[in-house]
Design a protein around this ligand. Structure first.
Ligand code: C2E
Ligand code: MG
Ligand code: MG
Ligand code: MG
Length: 282
C-alpha cells in the first residue's frame, strides 16, 4: 500500500509540475502578446487629503484585459512577468500610459498644477539601464512632467543592493521624479532604507491601517512612522483605508494623506476626470 501511495504521489507531483510550467509558459507568451496588442491598461486609485477631502493625486494600477479570461489583476500575472523578465517591458509600457495620460490631462486643463501620479515599479527594473534611458528621454520630451510622477518601489527591492539603488535613485531624482517606498514597514530594514536612500514619500502599509480602532500597537506604529516622516520631511500616505473609523483614527494621529476602498476604489480614467471636474466645480 505504501509503495502504491508513493507512486501515486509521484504521479500527482509530476502532473502538477507540468501544469505549473505550462501555466508559466502560456502566461508569458500571453503577456508578450498583451504588450503588442495593447491588452494592458491602468486604473487609477485617487489619493485624498484626509482633512480637506481634496484629491491630490492617484496611483496607477495595471490591469490585463485578457481575451478569454476577462480582466486580470496583477496578482495573476506579475510573478510570471518578474520570473521571465517581461516586467521590464511591462513597467515601461505602464509608464508610457500614465505619461500620455498626464500630457493629455494637462493639455485639457483637467488637473491642478500639483496633481501627481504614482506608478509602481518592480525592483528588477530599478537597476536596468533601460529605465534610466527611458526616464531621461521622457524628461527631455516634457521636462515639467517629471515632478508630477512618483515611482513606487518596495523596501525589499531597494535594500537588496543599497549602493546601486542609491545611485539610481539619485539619478532618477535629478530628472525631477519623486520616489516612494511602497508597503512601508513590512520589510526587515525600514529604518536602514530611510537612512541610506533619499526618498520623498512613505506609503504606510495596509496591514497597519487595518488594525486602527482596535489594535493599540498599530496606532503607536503609525504615530512613530508619521513622526519620522515629519522629521525627515517626507510625505506619508496611508494605504488601504477601508472604514470610517480607520479614516478618523488617521486624522486623530495627524495623517493628512490616504487612499483605500473607503475613499475610492481604483477607477478608470474617465471616472477619475469626472471626480476631478466635480472637485473643481466645488
Ligand atoms: P500596491 O502598490 O501596494 O497597491 C495597492 C493594492 O491594494 C492594489 O491592488 C489596490 O487595488 C489594493 N487596494 C487599494 N485600496 C485597498 C483597500 O482599501 N483594501 C484592500 N484590501 N486593497 C486595497 P492591485 O491593483 O491588485 O495591485 C497589487 C500590487 O501589484 C500593487 O500593490 C503593486 O505592488 C503591484 N502593481 C500594480 N500595478 C503595477 C505595475 O504597473 N507595475 C508593477 N511592477 N507592479 C504593479
Ligand atoms: Mg503601490
Ligand atoms: Mg506594491
Ligand atoms: Mg502598497
Amino acid at each position: 500500500h505504501a509503495k502504491r501511495g508513493g507512486r501515486d504521489d509521484f504521479r500527482v507531483y509530476k502532473h502538477s509540475m507540468t501544469s505549473e510550467a505550462h501555466e508559466v509558459m502560456s502566461k508569458s507568451s500571453g503577456l508578450k502578446r498583451a504588450l503588442i496588442n495593447n491588452e494592458l491598461f491602468v486604473v487609477y486609485q485617487p489619493q485624498y487629503d484626509t482633512f480637506s477631502g481634496r484629491i491630490f493625486g492617484a496611483e496607477a494600477l495595471v490591469r490585463w484585459n485578457h481575451p478569454s479570461k476577462g480582466i486580470l489583476r496583477p496578482a495573476e500575472f506579475l510573478d510570471v512577468a518578474e520570473q521571465t523578465g517581461i516586467i521590464v517591458d511591462l513597467d515601461d509600457y505602464v509608464f508610457n500610459l500614465i505619461f500620455e495620460d498626464l500630457l493629455e490631462w494637462i493639455e485639457q486643463g483637467a488637473i491642478d498644477d500639483d496633481f501627481k501620479i504614482s506608478v509602481n515599479f518592480s525592483g528588477r527594473k530599478l537597476f536596468s539601464e533601460q529605465l534610466l534611458q527611458h526616464l531621461t528621454e521622457r524628461h527631455e520630451q516634457a521636462p515639467t512632467i517629471s515632478q508630477r510622477i512618483t515611482l513606487e518601489l518596495t523596501e525589499r527591492d531597494m535594500i537588496t543592493n543599497i549602493e546601486q539603488c542609491q545611485q539610481s535613485i539619485e539619478q532618477i531624482k535629478q530628472l525631477g521624479f519623486k520616489i516612494a517606498i511602497d508597503d512601508f514597514g513590512t520589510g526587515y530594514s525600514s529604518l536602514a532604507t530611510l537612512k541610506h536612500l533619499p526618498v520623498d514619500v512613505l506609503k504606510l502599509d495596509r496591514s497597519f491601517i487595518s488594525g486602527l480602532g482596535d489594535d493599540s500597537v498599530d496606532y503607536v506604529i503609525i504615530e512613530s512612522i508619521l513622526s519620522i516622516a515629519k522629521g525627515l520631511n517626507l510625505q506619508a500616505i496611508a494605504e488601504g483605508v477601508e472604514t470610517d473609523l480607520q479614516l478618523q483614527s488617521l486624522k486623530d494621529i495627524g495623517c493628512d494623506a490616504a487612499q483605500g476602498y473607503y475613499l475610492s476604489y481604483p477607477i478608470d480614467k474617465e471616472e477619475l476626470l469626472q471626480l476631478l471636474a466635480e472637485q473643481k466645480a466645488g
